[in-house]
Design a protein. Structure first.
Length: 369
């Protein structure tokens, strides 16, 4: 989102950004000139979901908004994800302005349970069919959304979930020096949230299969809850597992990733959330984790999913695992041809994951609506 906002401002946009405030009440900050930020509670957003798709939401919001900030004459409305487009769609119609949809998360009708989820899906379908432009990450996710929402495929722009190209002037052996590991030890990194879709439940089966030449580095960006902390602590009792949960800023995190050797992306559709099913199965270029690995030249071992498998094969930047018994052989294959896999990862980033040019193209397209 930061890259999108910066690119829009550079193109001459003045942006009013409405976000859902964090439940802990901490203020949301953005720090970009010409971006006017306003936070709403999720309860406020949900309170104005209409019982059916009518302009009643506009009337309700007009009555509720004391400042009138929602009803300034905007030239363009951009809705992010299903709730965002359900919120902005009626406003765009009332203003007779173009509507743009940014889809980071997919939801599927056959995975929805509650009436509120189904209503949200109905609104997403309705307004996405009226969007003048839709940003999505790649063709894999486009095809899934086209089938699900009955869309044409000529309205799409493609920008992966990824960081800007980053150069890190830090020692390659940062993690090894920090933990006193031998220089020739292969560091395999598992990072990200400890949600079931992230595959952390596979770690107890992988740890016993780690070659002696390898250390598994588990990094959580936040401190873990007590039960999860106990789970990970038990894993870290193994002599070849390290755990760190220190918060890192983007540059520190980049240095941390770049000082490891192989990345793990063990995505699994878990179906414990309306966005943890087919949305994960079709993850494609929506994985910021795989993008981080590729940015710093780390080959990836990932679960076999349609989008990820195609990219691993095309760029020879990693291996897709289906049977955990194959894990040691995959590690060995990467170790034996590490320079080839690492170069493939960097080429993958350069050709498909670098977001700067495609984001500029997208902003140019919506600037002409």
């Amino acid at each position: 989102m930061i890259l999108l906002l910066e690119t829009m401002v550079a193109a001459g946009f003045d942006v009013t950004l409405f976000v859902v405030r964090a439940q802990n009440g901490n203020p949301v900050t953005i720090g970009i000139d010409r971006v006017d930020l306003h936070g709403f509670s999720e309860r406020f957003i949900r309170a104005f979901q209409p019982p059916n798709i009518t302009s009643s939401i506009v009337l309700k919001l007009r009555k509720a908004s004391r400042s009138g900030i929602l009803f300034r004459p905007y030239d363009l409305y951009v809705g992010v994800d299903p709730m965002g487009i359900a919120f902005t769609g009626p406003l765009a119609r009332a203003a007779d302005s173009p509507l743009v949809y940014i889809s980071f998360e997919l939801i599927f009708s056959d995975e929805l349970i509650t009436s509120q989820e189904k209503l949200l899906k109905n609104q997403e379908v309705f307004w996405s069919q009226r969007a003048r432009r839709i940003l999505i990450q790649d063709e894999e996710r486009r095809d899934a959304l086209v089938r699900e929402n009955d869309l044409g495929d000529d309205v799409f722009s493609y920008v992966p979930v990824s960081r800007r190209p980053t150069s890190i002037d830090r020692p390659k052996h940062l993690v090894r020096e920090q933990f006193g590991l031998p220089v020739d030890q292969t560091l395999i990194l598992f990072t990200g949230s400890f949600s079931t879709f992230n595959g952390y439940l596979l770690l107890p089966f992988i740890v016993p299969k780690l070659p002696e030449s390898c250390t598994l580095v588990i990094h959580s960006r936040t401190s873990l809850a007590s039960r999860m902390g106990c789970f990970v602590e038990q894993l870290s009792r193994s002599h070849n597992v390290l755990l760190t949960s220190k918060p890192l800023d983007p540059m520190e995190y980049g240095a941390f990733v770049s000082s490891c050797d192989i990345g793990l992306a063990l995505y699994q559709a878990s179906y414990d959330n309306m966005m943890h099913g087919k949305n994960i199965y079709h993850i494609g270029l929506a994985s910021g984790k795989i993008a981080d690995y590729a940015c710093f030249g780390l080959p990836t071992i990932c679960t076999r999913l349609p989008g990820t498998e195609a990219y691993m094969k095309q760029y020879k930047c990693g291996e897709c695992i289906e049977d955990l018994c194959d894990f040691p052989a995959m590690v060995k294959a990467i170790q034996n041809k590490y320079d080839i896999y690492s170069a493939g990862a960097r080429r993958f980033f350069s050709e498909r994951l670098d977001p700067v040019k495609p984001m500029a193209t997208f902003v140019e397209e919506i600037n002409g609506l």
